[in-house]
Design a protein around this ligand. Structure first.
Ligand code: C2E
Ligand code: MG
Ligand code: MG
Length: 280
């Protein structure tokens, strides 16, 4: 079938392009600040990959991550991102950043050698595991729960923080959530972005914050696009947030200038205490 043939030829060429992207140093580490909502301080950052393609320009991850997942290439990409963050760590730490979050894929959670691969990078760059949070999606865990569980237990024992990304959109069961060694829930941006206009989304956000806290986990909201959503979340006791309202993902070398601008601007007044008491 010529249609299938054309498809597989395209797949092959994209795969070799991706491999070349690594060799030619075309991948870029972008960072998005994560803010502690009560204090307004930048306390963490999420690492997000971009592909600086010679013809196509800056390619967003959704245009190549799913394909990288299918072909298994994503495992090399994860190690590249992890090493790039480890190299960036001293500069980030100097800005007051306490943790960098790196996204893991389904394929990573099937790789029993992942913990030792990450350990080798930590040793080489002299960075402690506690500097990292590893974000995993519910569907990645549910793909092969037993294997994922044993890898996650090993990673947690090494000192990595673990977070469930896009929480609420996958097929996770609360029975698994209870057994997993996770530290953080990350509320999916679809709920956060709609919480001002959709009462159901607001309830989901509120319940997720309560669920996380009742399980002893911290909770992060992604997709905070305006000041009123920021304030709503702060009132609900959400611990951290990230979103375009605070800052878009930016090239790693621009983080220091961003943090300086952020500190200089008026931070949200820590009068949040009274707000928290009022809603309790
Ligand atoms: P994610 O891990 O859930 O990352 C959050 C995404 O939400 C990022 O999109 C970020 O730019 C976007 N975002 C943050 N704040 C806002 C906001 O206020 N409004 C809106 N509309 N969007 C916001 P990005 O960078 O395009 O990444 C998309 C997805 O690609 C990520 O979702 C993650 O699943 C995947 N990805 C990105 N980098 C990597 C990576 O290094 N490894 C793996 N395995 N996946 C990655
Ligand atoms: Mg993420
Ligand atoms: Mg997410």
């Amino acid at each position: 079938d010529p249609a299938i043939d054309a498809g597989s030829a395209e797949t092959l060429s994209l795969l070799s392009e991706l491999r070349r992207a690594l060799e030619r140093d075309e991948l870029r580490l972008f960072l998005q600040p994560k803010v502690a909502l009560a204090s307004g301080r930048i306390v963490a950052a999420e690492a997000l990959v971009r592909w600086q393609h010679p013809e196509r320009g800056m390619v967003p991850p959704m245009q190549f991550i799913p394909f990288a997942e299918q072909t298994g290439f994503v495992r090399q990409l994860t190690l590249w991102m992890f090493a790039a963050c480890a190299r960036e760590w001293p500069a980030l730490q100097a800005l007051g950043v306490q943790r960098v979050s790196v996204n893991l894929s389904t394929r990573d959670l099937l790789d029993l050698e992942l913990p030792q691969r990450l350990q080798a990078i930590l040793g080489r760059c002299r960075v402690p595991a506690s500097a990292f949070c590893l974000e995993i999606t519910e569907s990645a865990i549910m793909d092969e729960p037993q294997r994922a569980l044993s890898i996650l237990e090993a990673l947690s024992a090494m000192g990595f923080k673990l977070s469930i990304d896009d929480f609420g959109t996958g097929y996770s069961s609360l029975a698994y959530l209870k057994r997993l060694p996770v530290d953080e829930l990350k509320i999916d941006k679809s709920f956060v972005m709609a919480m001002e206009r959709d009462a159901d989304d607001a309830k989901i956000v509120r319940s997720t914050i309560d669920l996380a806290h009742n399980l002893g986990l911290s909770v992060v909201a992604e997709g905070i696009e305006n000041a009123s959503i920021y304030e709503l979340l702060r009132g609900l006791g959400c611990d951290e947030g990230q979103g375009y309202h605070m800052g878009r993902p930016l090239p790693a070398p621009e983080m220091a200038a961003f943090a300086a601008r952020w500190r200089a601007q008026a931070l949200p007044a820590p009068a949040s205490d009274s707000l928290l008491v009022a809603t309790d």
